[in-house]
Write a protein that binds this ligand. Structure first.
Ligand SMILES: Cc1ncc(COP(=O)(O)O)c(C=O)c1O
Length: 332
């Protein structure tokens, strides 16, 4: 039995695990399953809400009335935090990387509508975002508020619980479907989803390999980041696990031109899944990971997912990220 710290019930759980019946991958005759975490909610959808259930519970325990967090201008995590703040009666201050666009689109539009305070930090000052957040915390304190800082993507030792719990939910799904998957696939951006799934599968003793496709940074970055988060998690919650036994596998090569920029193959993969299954991916995270997974499965035994028969793709949400990139879709 996994013993969890305090947690809020914010997400619509459990999310469905569905088998794709119509989407076919040439050369792959196994089964493709999707864990529908884009359905954790409507406006507060996707993977972040699972982590925020633990992070915000922690902030409330500390007596905070304000949340400060950070990310890209189109951050799904910032949008989820802004909206949860409005729902829970907490002030939210977002620190976004870049300059304020003339027209707020996608996630940023929702941030503004939810009433979040927003500071923009230019890319060349981004290294200082944590001290910027610290200054903000002091300013809030001086005006009688207590602010909790949630790091990028809520990927820290508290947020890690989100996908440990999600793994437990997956284990129940597998039992219900009599499924013993070979691979569980996710996009990775700040490491918390990947890390949580890896720790969850380790605690529950699973055979499935957790494979992440990175949308920024590198495989070695995610190895270090996850080891760091797990080590802090062990210290904070007094859990004994051997980090060296954790299998951290990140497949590189599908990031495309840069974080937040994708090439045509990703937009085609998004359109193809939407057309065949009515399932929508995003161009920043899930589209890249899905395209990576499909490309590797097509290569069969020569690819990086050998022996794949049952594969589970964790759909981590991100739909609002489609709209600022609508010009990249081509229709005849
Ligand atoms: C839609 C979506 N998928 C995947 C990820 C990656 O998750 P993580 O930050 O936990 O690595 C994110 C956030 O970064 C996201 O917004």
């Amino acid at each position: 039995m996994i013993k969890y710290p305090p947690r809020l019930q914010l997400a619509n759980l459990p999310t469905p695990l569905t088998k794709l019946e119509k989407f076919k991958i040439p050369g792959f005759d196994g089964n493709l399953w999707v864990k529908r975490d884009e359905l954790t909610g409507t406006e507060v959808s996707g993977n972040k809400i699972r982590k925020l259930e633990f992070c915000i519970a922690h902030a409330l325990e500390e007596g905070c009335n304000t949340l400060i967090t950070c990310g890209g201008v189109q951050s799904n995590h910032c949008r989820a935090t802004a909206i949860l703040g409005a729902q829970l009666g907490l002030k939210v201050h977002l620190i976004l990387r870049g300059v304020r666009p003339e027209l707020p689109e996608g996630n940023l539009l929702l941030d503004y509508l939810a009433g979040a305070e927003i500071s923009f930090l230019p890319q060349d000052e981004w290294d200082g975002h944590e001290s910027f957040a610290q200054n903000l915390q002091e300013q809030y304190l001086a005006s009688g508020d207590k602010a909790h800082f949630i790091p990028i993507g809520a990927s820290d030792e508290i947020g890690l619980w989100g996908y440990i719990a999600a793994y437990e939910e997956l284990a129940e799904d597998f039992k219900r479907h009599s499924l013993d998957p070979d691979y569980i696939i996710t996009a990775t951006g700040s490491g918390g989803t990947q890390g949580g799934l890896i720790v969850g599968s380790h605690l529950l003793g699973s055979r499935a390999k957790i494979i992440a496709f990175n949308v920024c940074d590198s495989a070695s970055y995610f190895k270090n980041k996850i080891k760091e988060d797990v080590s802090l998690w062990k210290q904070r919650y007094k859990v004994e696990i051997e980090e060296t036994e954790l299998n951290i596998t990140t497949l590189e090569g599908y990031m495309g031109p840069a974080y937040g920029e994708a090439d045509n193959s990703v937009f085609e993969a998004i359109a193809s899944l939407a057309r065949t299954e009515g399932l929508f991916l995003d161009p920043v995270y899930t589209g890249k990971a899905f395209h990576g997974m499909v490309s590797e499965l097509q290569l069969g035994q020569e690819g990086k997912l050998p022996g794949a028969n049952d594969v589970v793709f964790v759909h981590t949400g991100g739909l609002f990220g489609i709209f600022p990139q609508q010009r990249n879709f081509q229709f005849s």
